[in-house]
Design a protein around this ligand. Structure first.
Ligand code: SF4
Length: 304
């Protein structure tokens, strides 16, 4: 897909910068940058499957969450530049390794390049492609992905603009994320299964933050009013760990309590949502991959 990076407006930051010459808020010019490609076992069971998802961790991010566990790649932009053709090869290599899907992690700022890579290899890929993002998306950019993405897996982080402004420098987060989720649901309106693995559909993730359970509940209420509960999976995460810049906000400098998490889970159950909860043992930084360029450089399998 051709996209003119001369005045980039791919995400809600609408920087308008010439990415052939400079980077915008996402930290990246018009060349793909990625930090790791590997089989990844720590997604939801319907995604990680038996062998793991084929995760590609892209560098950079347009959200600036102070608690980001992947800050080394998202904020510090660790990674290596790769061509569109190399990205296509990575997709095929992950499939050859037995990946149950292709899991595009933080892909928003590279969407037109990712669709070009998929155009080149899609006829040889027989596993689903997942768009795994922070939810801060533009509807028009998501429309570019129609027909390419089988499973959307966005976060829905905040309802409150005060919280999203303070913790992610994005006071307009919910305005964009709510529109984005409705567009994702329009494209993938129902869950389609291949045995225990999800083949098509929408999984909405929400991380419960310390002192923010009422905002979590506002999100559940919005979902209940706007998307049929049986048409998507809800993943309520408890893995918040006070890392990176959390020390700036004393209220974030702890893990969430059992009461905070269970009160959100109880409300989700009462509302009839189906999906996934997390053991509170998951609040452990060992669940964060080590970013070391594994799988990014040319290696292993040669494709004809
Ligand atoms: S993708 Fe990057 S450069 Fe483009 S609008 Fe978003 S933050 Fe700005």
């Amino acid at each position: 897909m051709s996209y003119d990076f001369k005045s980039c407006t791919l995400c809600p930051r609408n920087c308008g910068v010439d990415r052939y010459k400079e980077a915008g808020v996402c930290g990246n010019k018009s060349v793909i940058r990625a930090a790791k490609a590997q089989l990844h076992m720590w997604e939801e069971p319907c995604i990680s499957g038996r062998n793991g998802s084929g995760a590609i961790f892209f560098s950079g991010c347009s959200l600036k969450c102070c608690y980001c566990q992947n800050y080394k790649i998202s904020h510090e932009n660790f990674g290596e530049e790769i061509s569109v053709s190399r990205l296509g090869d990575i997709f095929l290599e992950l499939q050859d390794m037995g990946a149950d899907n292709i899991d595009l992690v933080s892909p928003t700022h590279f969407v037109p390049l990712i669709t070009s890579a998929l155009d080149a290899v899609k006829h040889r890929l027989d596993i689903p492609v997942i768009y795994n993002c922070g939810g801060y998306e533009k509807r028009d950019t998501l429309k570019m992905l129609e027909g390419y993405i089988d499973i959307y897996m966005p976060d829905l982080k905040y309802k409150s603009s005060e919280l999203s402004g303070k913790y992610s420098y994005a006071p307009d987060y919910f305005k964009y994320a709510s529109e984005a989720i409705l567009e994702m649901h329009r494209q993938q309106p129902e869950l389609v299964w291949n045995g225990p693995l999800l083949k098509k559909g929408l999984i909405i993730r929400h991380l419960v933050l310390p002192k923010c359970r009422h905002d979590s509940m506002d999100i559940l209420s919005w979902l209940k009013e706007n998307i049929p509960a049986d048409s998507f999976k809800l993943s309520l995460m408890s893995q918040f760990t006070p890392v990176y810049r959390c020390s700036v906000y004393p209220e974030l400098n702890r893990r969430i309590t059992t009461l905070e998490y269970n009160s959100v889970v109880d409300m989700a159950l009462e509302m009839g949502f189906d999906g996934y909860t997390q053991s509170r043992k998951s609040a452990d930084s060992s669940y964060t991959p080590e970013f070391d360029l594994t799988g990014i450089r040319q290696h292993r399998t040669k494709h004809a």
